[in-house]
Design a binder for this molecule. Sequence first.
Ligand code: ADP
Ligand code: MG
Length: 729
Amino acid sequence: MSEWISVAEIFGENVFNDAVMQERLPKKTYKELKKTIEEGKELQAATADVIAHEMKEWAIEKGATHYSHWFQPLTGATAEKHDSFISAPKSDGKILMEFSGKELIKGEPDASSFPSGGLRSTFEARGYTAWDCTSPAFVKKSPDGKRSILYIPTAFCSYTGEALDQKTPLLRSMEAINKQSIRLLRLFGNTTSQKVTPSVGVEQEYFLVDRDKYLKREDLIFAGRTLFGAPAPKGQELEDHYFGTIRERIGSFMKDLNIELWKLGVTAKTQHNEVAPAQHELAPVFDTTNVAVDHNQLTMEVMKKVADKHGLVCLLHEKPFEGINGSGKHNNWSMITDTGVNILDPGKTPAENTQFLIFLTAVIKAVDEYADVLRISVASAGNDHRLGANEAPPAVVSVFLGDELTEVLKSIENDEYFAGSRAVQMDIGAKVLPHFVKDNTDRNRTSPFAFTGNKFEFRMLGSEASVANPNIILNTAVAECVHQFAEQLKDVPEDKMEDAIHELIKKTIIDHKRVIFNGNGYTDEWIEEATKRGLFNLKSTPDALPQWIADKNIELFTKYHIFTKEEIESRYEIWLESYSKILNIESNTMVEMVQKDFLPSVFAYIDKVAATAVAKKSVVSDVSTASEGKLIKELSQLADEISTGLETLKADTAKALATEDPLANAKAYQTVVLSDMDELRKSVDAAKLYQAEVLEDMEELRKSADEAETLIPDDLLPYPTYDKLLFSV
Ligand code: ADP
Ligand code: MG
């Protein structure tokens, strides 16, 4: 039975997109809204009322009963609260379905339970959500199609206007890059572009495991990753999973996933199996940054829902399994003008494309000067397991340009003429295959920040985190460098401009070429070389985070009004705390699993083997029980090691936990600077302790447990092993 679907028809069917707005809104209203979307003009109350009414009518036709201001608090997930459209009953007891412009534009969720890092005390629980009209509203249906809710993308801030979310600073950073880029473009004589938008395409990796098996593993349930597990007999060594044939069950999951995403206007485009068994990837067509960020959040959410429908669970953790690759995201990024020009497209002759070269060098400078905050933008407890572990880029941020561009930059640096590389015909050897022109950049999968033809690919992101933060930081850092260029060129007379630009590019290359690296980023030699070049190597989250509050970074973010100093400090605190909390949960889960399930299963097996030996002896008195003896000895020794490891882990976790002062809550009210600093220091200490001791204890304990696991038969083990999890769907 094949069910035919028209993709063109279902695409965006649940989105209040431009086409729907054009069709349903009065011309004048539509025009006003477009002005707001494109130029940031303030929306009149009366216009908002008309839009709200039409949006509601449209949503009700789609079966919606409620609307929700959808926002992205600092938990990394999305948040929603539903309000029905019903009005207060009239005197006859009847209600109307209503939705006002005011309700569309502004919401007031109780903000007290979202992380704010001390920005807002609980007694000032008010927070506001404000409509982000540049990301379209949509109706989301429950998997059975019975519930529909209108979602309105919003930004979330405190009563006093501080950002409590990812969207607010993201929109601010997009404005910064727009403003600075337009200014620089004008100096080049570009008078037509009105807007520059950073574009983003996010490749998303994920694992799928069988739901019933997942439910037997507390570590997957509570920590999102396995805390134990001896490797399966087969891993990824045959490289047979990458781009391999997609199995039926997965194929049918992917089909449903695409349909659900298309309906929501998410341009799901590419899908394939990834390197690790049970690992897959999805990539959409790129979009404006804030839409791409919203769509990536939706993608992760829909992946989980659709998986559930198929008896699967979608794991988005960065390292669900030891010994095979974890999951990341690639953030493809460029800058595009409203006239449709991709500023990072070198064209056929990059050496002659000054505009491209100046923006390219601005990005290189930005990555070099703000490598620390870019590193921080991808820092999380989960991602720490991947970065630098030879499956993802190292923790050192560097730029890959490929041979041709590197040559172009070198010739500028040395004042030489660039002879140019002719388009090289690719000869694949077989006459029947088409011949095509070779890409001027080869791929380098080991680079954290790679130029890939007409965009940069930031490859350090973890699979689970929102992509907002990396883009906020990238946009702002580039905005600053573009600003500096514009400042240097603004008073140059026209006849001197060419030389001035040449000198500027040359100087920038000389100053920042240390960040360019085209070689293999996975090698120890590179890490050594990077240290020599003076590049940051911030290995873990607690190593990296203190750089967040370095003066130069506070200066950058406050200069462009991306974050206030208070917002910067609050984020610092939230991230540190979140790191410690995650490790605390992992440690607690491990302790519980070992204590309640794993050790008892080791003892049960020892009992069983001992009983076998005794039974054997009772039948044949001189029979050998050497193998049972050996196994019991081995298991007992491992059980001892596990018990000791368990005690150490418990003690160190308690120690780490205790560094969080019990008075911390009371102190949150204390606004004296000194006590704030003290708090921050404590969080840093706690995070460091978790990293240094708790994580190490967990690894130790895991070693003995994994060894014991290989000795115990499956039916005595309390949970499914790696081979069952990885090779059964
Ligand atoms: P690869 O695996 O080779 O990196 P994919 O096709 O999986 O390639 O992903 C490339 C991603 O880059 C896609 O999401 C694509 O839409 C996006 N992309 C392409 N051009 C741009 C651009 N100018 N700006 C941002 N993203 C882009
Ligand atoms: Mg890629």
